[in-house]
Design a protein around this ligand. Structure first.
Ligand SMILES: Cc1cc2nc3c(=O)[nH]c(=O)nc-3n(C[C@H](O)[C@H](O)[C@H](O)COP(=O)(O)O)c2cc1C
Length: 264
């Protein structure tokens, strides 16, 4: 049985976040019926997982309807066509990222993920650096395509860089030798969970996003420029912005080949 999902995606924010007095409200009813009512989208295509009474987010909240967790999972897609017209403001982006960093789990609660959020000019700078580096590595006859692709990302509004800090991972290896072989893998899983949570959350707000991997070629430049500790490992880049196009068609392999339930 699927668990009831009447709570919004990020129902409550912790009081210790500096949220300029924002008050969050949420339905805590866990009945299926309430869940369905709360999940019904309104006419707006922009959907917010939050209900808020804060004037800060009035624009977003007014456009938005609530989306259930299951709907948000389904709505997340790869959007390559992006623009700078995001439907949320920077404080909302910050709030969502803080929420993910605080609440996404990590193995043994190691909290090894480190995120760097680049907005507007900083985002542009990231993709300019990436293009400069790729120009050195790409055959001349292939570079036009590369340039087009990178400029497509630059056309977005922001990029979240996902790093993993090896220190907590090494600590775990030392403290729990029995599991030592697993900790690097679990650190990757932890990073992926942050990536996914933010991909879903930003798209539930009406943004478009795609997940990119220009590591390791950009690492040195990026870490020098944004003063990121050299030992942190860049794992992925989530580029997001306003939606300037639709995602491509998606093929689904049969569920029967991918899912096996026993004991129903
Ligand atoms: C672990 C992982 C790595 C990915 N890496 C890239 C990438 O480097 N570049 C890219 O354009 N898309 C990347 N994607 C996006 C996938 O191609 C995309 O999610 C998949 O085709 C399904 O499409 P959808 O995101 O629209 O559902 C990645 C996705 C995942 C989960």
């Amino acid at each position: 049985m699927v668990a009831p999902l009447s709570r919004s995606l990020f129902a409550r924010l912790p009081s210790r976040l500096p949220l300029r007095g924002t008050i969050y409200t949420t339905s805590l009813s866990l009945s299926h019926q309430t869940s369905r009512v709360l999940s019904t989208p309104t006419a707006s295509s922009h959907i917010s997982p939050f209900t808020t009474t804060s004037p800060l987010y009035t624009a977003s909240a007014n456009m938005a309807s609530k989306m259930s967790f299951m709907d948000a999972i389904k709505a997340r897609r790869t959007y390559y066509q992006l623009n700078k017209e995001v439907p949320i403001d920077d404080s909302r982006i910050e709030e969502i990222v803080k929420h993910a960093v605080l609440h996404v789990p990590s193995s043994f609660n190691s909290q090894s993920s480190r995120l760097v959020v680049l907005l507007k000019k900083e985002h542009d700078q990231f993709w300019d650096f990436t293009l400069e580096i790729l120009k050195l590595l790409t055959p001349a006859d292939k570079f036009d395509g590369t340039k087009q692709r990178i400029n497509g990302f630059k056309a977005g509004y922001g990029t979240i860089l996902f790093f993993e800090d090896p220190d907590p991972v090494h600590q775990l290896e030392k403290n729990f030798p029995l599991y030592a072989d697993h900790f690097p893998t679990w650190s990757e899983h932890t990073s992926a969970m942050h990536q996914y949570a933010l991909w879903v959350a930003l798209e539930a707000e009406g943004c478009g996003a795609s997940l990119q991997h220009y590591n390791p070629v950009v690492d040195q430049k990026i870490q020098d420029h944004w003063k990121v500790p050299q030992e942190w490992k860049l794992r992925a880049q989530l580029v997001f912005g306003g939606r300037a196009g639709e995602p491509g068609e998606k093929q689904f392999k049969p569920l029967e080949e991918r899912l096996f339930i026993h004991g129903k």
